[in-house]
Design a protein around this ligand. Structure first.
Ligand code: 26Q
Length: 845
């Protein structure tokens, strides 16, 4: 067997040489699994059996390559990147792995010969929802890009038993159902109980000194949790590099339970076991309010402690001492959620490996880097000092010591007055003292980045200007990207084939090559094919909508899509107001729309976020009232697609004509849905916010619909308190008509007063400036309808969007992180003994 970086003969046979023998061997592998793993005759199989057998065959190929790649990294003593994240929204594995191993066609043909449809088989796989939204999906795109670029990059996170809730719609309201996603046996998750580690929690510190008189604290009487790793292989494109996402499950320690048990308290022992295992039970479903729950703090420490222990262990396998640690290890913190990694690394180095503070601190800073994903004050993490002291007493001491030294350094540079210094302290003083987690993340890292140019600028100038003054070189931008493998190759096979037929397949590993499509934008034959692909995708989405939303929509109508978490700042309400405006223009003014349109919404609301839940109810109420009104004559339809997740997103992005990216300027850190849609030939209507600004720079102003106030205009209105939504209501009759309809129960006759809060809140404060942007939004929409009416004009713009999306590949983003933050050179694929297939591009950027 292959344990030293060599591939076994079986695997070589399955992956090498020309397509035909490869297909034959892959088929043999599947058939062997049907016989020996499923233990059935191949004539008696159901679709679920095929899903399992195909997955097991693919898994065999992957495991070989994972072992080969990882030992090649060892031999090269490659620098490793560890991506710490509370969330990884990886999506389904089988379709992705087939695509990245370039086996999709063979597999489809092999099943087709038996009358089985691969697409139906793929639907058997649960879609693991181990994340809330953008931040979790970004982490998954990054893993794909690191593997595709041949970087030794590993994800570390939590193996939640319950991912994000399943969303159902009941009487228009969101209902949450638990999502116990992991099947009894998953072909993709490899449990590693032999690599379990111990995590201490609670307890007390005994302050003692060692023989030399140095402070030698002892953390005693802690409760111990066991972290059991589960490895999800991450296959890079072409299969040369297979990395690992390591997810930890929390298990109780039998040892500890037995101690309580022996004290005679059986129930306490069982209770303890249950409490311990709760830690990896469920993902917190909020992506906006940093609720200070103790269980969340335990989760954050739990996975960070497991990760750091594992990272140090991996390093010490190959090195002696910590002198080279920062040369061989880079740790990226995905938002502040893993910030405790900084204190934990310090604790390990100082308490367990006896480094002095200064050396440990230099090493920690040189290793860690922090990415910020939000400016919204309510989303910034803060933990009560009292809670950290109880749960992690030693870490609080370390945070205090970091703070003491940092404040002395800040005072020494004489840039700041006392108030500024207080503002920079890691501890916020007040009735309840709190640790502001962004501060240790900034102080303990050598790099702090935002996720779009505008956002990074706002981090420097608005969020933490005093830190940016102290360390200007520490702050940088890494504009987000998405992987074209999942979001184009897999999500839109029709478009992928059309592109490859015209410019070759190089774009799959080098998205800038899409630029060659600009030549096709004026070729009417190409445009027809492009339109046919979009139409087929729309028909497929229409079938999905019919099935899950019971709304029948016309694939010939313009598909206008807003798919993302439901949030006031993302302004689903703004689109709702525009739809109401259009509807009232039909029924009251007899003004029919120029273009038939279907407004498609999708997204989950945090269960505790009342306004977001009510927005979902509003959208469904609008659908109920408008879809069945004969006055619209089918020109206006609304559909709410339930349970938005990666697998649904793959269907949605391929089918959309218009993508709504309409957040209040200065609130959306980047957005990544905006990139996925544009990459699939969807035009954007959006504000000058997040990465929309960079999309505008790439596609040009004629190929995107921009409207609304800028971030600095919004900031000025906020500063001057000179925003008066009621004045807009009084002077704009369209605004008046729309808001009055909401106040007059027009869409909730059975439930009077249900939407009055919208009227009240938009007229009193309108915190997200819906009314300020309303008229310019309507004007931008008019331009959209005009352009869409001219088929050729529209198609040209969509092709130019695809052609100009190269910058938004996560390969570009990761190449920047690698060279500018991690000190890793991307683009050197791990060498296996598989000869390159003729005609294949090397995986070099
Ligand atoms: C924090 C503490 C306690 C409980 C929950 C949380 C929490 C969880 C998730 C806070 C925030 C999140 C997720 C944030 C998120 O998804 N942000 C998005 O990140 C994307 C990737 O950078 C950006 O494109 C989006 O603009 C940003 O909103």
């Amino acid at each position: 067997m292959a344990t030293t970086g060599k591939l076994s003969n079986n695997t070589k046979a399955a992956l090498n040489s020309s397509a035909e023998p490869r297909a034959q061997n892959f088929e043999d592998l599947v058939l062997r699994h049907i016989r020996y793993s499923i233990a059935r005759d191949s004539t008696q199989l159901c679709e679920a059996d095929w899903y399992k057998a195909v997955s097991l065959a693919v898994r065999d190929l992957i495991v070989e390559r994972m072992i080969a790649a990882q030992s090649a990294f060892d031999r090269a003593d490659a620098k490793r990147e560890y991506y710490l994240s509370m969330e990884f929204l990886v999506g389904r594995s089988l379709d992705n792995n087939l695509a990245n191993l370039e086996l999709t066609q063979q597999c489809r043909a092999m099943l087709g010969r038996r009358g089985i449809d691969l697409d139906r088989i793929l639907e058997y796989e649960p879609d693991p929802a181990l994340g809330n939204g953008g931040l979790g999906r970004l982490a998954a795109c990054f893993l794909d890009s690191m593997a595709s670029l041949g970087i030794a990059g590993y994800g570390y996170g939590i193996n939640y038993e319950f991912g994000l809730f399943k969303q159902e719609i009941d009487n228009g309201y969101q209902l949450e159902q638990p999502d116990q996603w992991e099947p009894a046996y998953s072909p993709w998750l490899i449990a590693r109980p032999e690599e379990a580690c111990l995590v201490p929690l609670y307890g007390r510190i005994e302050r003692s000194v060692d023989r030399a008189g140095n402070y030698n604290p002892m953390w005693l009487d802690w409760r111990v949790i066991i972290g059991v790793p589960h490895d999800l292989p991450i296959v890079g494109y072409g299969g040369r590099t297979v990395n690992v996402l390591r997810l930890y499950s929390a298990r109780a320690s039998d040892h500890f339970d037995i101690r309580i048990f022996n004290e005679g308290d059986y129930f306490k022992a069982v209770e303890q076991k249950i409490v311990s295992e709760t830690i990896s039970k469920v993902l917190y479903p909020s992506d906006s309010m940093a609720a200070g729950r103790e269980l969340r703090l335990q989760q954050e420490y739990f996975f960070v402690a497991c990760a750091i222990r594992d990272i140090v262990h991996q390093y010490l396998r190959l090195h002696k001492g910590f002198g080279a640690f920062a040369d061989k290890v880079a740790i990226q913190l995905n938002d502040t959620h893993p910030t405790l990694a900084i204190a934990e690394l310090m604790r390990l180095l100082v308490d367990e490996y006896d480094l002095n503070w200064e050396d440990a601190w230099r090493t920690t800073q040189a290793t860690c880097a922090y990415t910020n994903h939000t400016l919204m004050p309510e989303a910034l993490e803060r933990w009560p000092v009292e809670m950290i002291e109880r749960v992690l007493p030693r870490h609080l001491e370390i945070i205090y010591e970091i703070n003491r030294r940092f404040l002395a350094e800040a005072a020494a540079v004489s840039l700041y007055d006392d108030e500024q210094i207080r503002g920079m302290s890691l501890i916020e003083e007040g009735p309840e003292r709190q640790v502001r987690m962004a501060h240790p993340a900034i102080v303990g890292s050598h790099s702090v980045n935002g996720v779009s140019e505008l956002h990074s600028e706002l981090v420097r100038t608005r969020l933490v200007p005093d830190f940016a003054r102290m360390w200007p070189d520490r702050f940088n931008n890494k504009t987000n990207g998405v992987t074209q493998r999942r979001w184009l190759l897999e999500a839109n096979p029709g478009l992928a084939q059309l592109i490859s037929a015209n410019i070759g397949t190089g774009w799959i590993t080098d998205l800038d090559q899409l630029r060659e499509l600009e030549n096709c934008a004026r070729d009417s034959g190409f445009l027809d094919e492009f339109a046919a692909v979009k139409h087929a995708n729309k028909a497929a989405l229409a079938a999905h909508i019919e099935k899950v939303s019971r709304v029948s929509v016309d694939p010939k109508s313009l598909f206008d899509v807003q798919a993302k978490r439901i949030h006031e700042y993302k302004r689903q309400l703004l689109l709702a107001l525009a739809i109401i405006n259009d509807y009232l223009a039909i029924v009251e003014d007899g003004q029919m729309p120029k273009v038939a349109r279907t407004h498609i919404f999708a997204g989950k609301a945090a269960p505790g976020y009342w306004a977001a839940r009510m927005i979902i109810k509003l959208l469904n109420s609008l659908a109920g009232a408008i879809n069945h009104d004969p006055a619209t004559r089918g020109m206006l339809k609304i559909a709410f697609v339930p349970d938005y997740k990666v697998s649904v997103a793959q269907k949605v992005v391929a089918a959309a004509d218009l993508s709504e990216q309409i957040s209040t300027a200065g609130t959306e850190a980047s957005g990544t849905g905006n990139m996925k849609f544009a990459m699939n030939g969807t035009l954007t209507i959006g504000t000058l916010d997040g990465a929309n600004i960079e999309i505008l720079q790439e596609v040009g102003k004629d190929n995107i619909y921009i409207f609304g106030l800028t971030a600095s205009e919004i900031e000025d209105l906020n500063q001057s308190r000179d925003y008066h939504p009621r004045a807009i209501y009084q002077r704009d009759s369209r605004v008046r008509r729309v808001l009055d309809a909401l106040a007059d129960d027009r869409f909730c006759a059975a439930d009077p007063g249900l939407f009055k809060w919208i009227y009240d809140s938009l007229l009193s404060s309108d915190h997200y400036f819906h009314l300020a942007d309303f008229s310019s939004y309507l004007a931008a929409r008019e331009q959209v309808w005009r352009d869409y009416s001219d088929r050729r004009v529209w198609l040209e713009k969509t092709v130019l969007n695809v052609a100009r999306m190269g910058r938004f590949s996560s390969d570009r983003t990761i190449a920047e992180y690698a060279t500018e933050i991690w000190g890793i050179k991307p683009g050197i694929p791990v060498v296996t003994d598989e000869p390159d297939q003729p005609g294949k591009r090397p995986l070099i950027l």
